[in-house]
Design a binder for this molecule. Sequence first.
Ligand SMILES: NC(=O)c1ccc[n+]([C@@H]2O[C@H](COP(=O)([O-])OP(=O)(O)OC[C@H]3O[C@@H](n4cnc5c(N)ncnc54)[C@H](O)[C@@H]3O)[C@@H](O)[C@H]2O)c1
Ligand SMILES: [Zn+2]
Ligand SMILES: [Zn+2]
Length: 356
Amino acid sequence: MSRPLEVLEVDLEEPGLGEVLVEVRAAGLCHSDLSAIDGTRPWPLPIVLGHEAAGIVRAVGPGVRDLVEGDHVVFSFVPMCGSCRYCVAGRPYLCERGVQANREGRLITGARRFYLEGKPLNHHLGVAAFSQFTVAARESLVPIPKDVPLETAALFGCAIATGVGAVLNTARVEEGASVAIFGLGGVGLAAVMGAVLAGAYPIAAVDLLPAKVELARSMGATHGVVVGDGDVVEAIREITGGGADYAFETAGSVEAMSLAYKATRRGGVTVTVGLPHPERVLSLPAVSLTAEERILKGSYMGSTNPRRDLPRFLTLHRIGRLPAERLVTGTLSLEAINEGFDRLARGEVVRQIVIP
Ligand SMILES: NC(=O)c1ccc[n+]([C@@H]2O[C@H](COP(=O)([O-])OP(=O)(O)OC[C@H]3O[C@@H](n4cnc5c(N)ncnc54)[C@H](O)[C@@H]3O)[C@@H](O)[C@H]2O)c1
Ligand SMILES: [Zn+2]
Ligand SMILES: [Zn+2]
């Protein structure tokens, strides 16, 4: 069921211990927000949505020693505690305390800072960016250089981290390996950019919409396949000479996951990035995992450590090798946000940036 967003005047408390007040200057519309609206990804309601954003620090709470007013920051949608078993193992995107806080709609500090008529509102993924101001935990913020336009920087919090990270971190695609990418929204097109960075060849881009396939070609995909134009799996096998070494599903669709798996070669790696409804089930020919030594991997937040990876991805952007700004279809006001989500649902746009 679609529950369009309401734009309301709410109260925001001062940042508490370990928290930061951020003026949000740019917030992207990601399909994961749309999934919160249409019920594909259930979250505790009422909630302030928005998890792909950048802004300027306006005040720091007690205990925050490494950020000052005026610093530019990108939000990370998994706060990293730094001390749980996942954080110490170098997998902060699975942070125990961060994931638990996100599920509860709280900051990792335990707090909720937005209030409507005296009742607390939940924070989406510790970010809650569809607002002029938000309070986030220090663990949800990555400082960035001030010369990166904030409208572009916002994308590094989700689309770029997720798409580029899936290729470089989760899959570790080697130069010359063949890649197929299923689903060409903000995340899938970022994965195309990641495959270009990795030196993959061929890079086959797949979508239901011919316009998305064309866009991917203009961003470095060497081949394009439109779902519905003949046998997709056969087409990928032909392009890659028997199946892709690495296939990525970035559509949020179980059907696309299944296609990606079938289009992966024997011994290859299939990476799922999309987030279908929790009750959806993916079924596979069981023996293929064993007899064909297949690897099926999930990728959350591109397996990134934001404090390590965002600076290096921003460097690649600065030297022209990661053209993140090409993902931006346009900007809009907070008041126009529901129309923006309608356009995203129809597949007409890539990333739209709310300037609150
Ligand atoms: N794993 C993560 O950390 C993470 C992070 C961000 C987003 N996501 C998820 O990734 C998915 C994509 O997000 P987005 O913002 O890029 O979405 P988007 O809506 O911008 O793009 C999705 C694209 O997939 C295409 N598509 C849909 N069904 C398809 C199919 N069966 N075969 C081929 N293409 C198909 C659509 O036409 C569209 O172009 C969503 O499920 C989102 O929730 C995951
Ligand atoms: Zn997202
Ligand atoms: Zn942790």
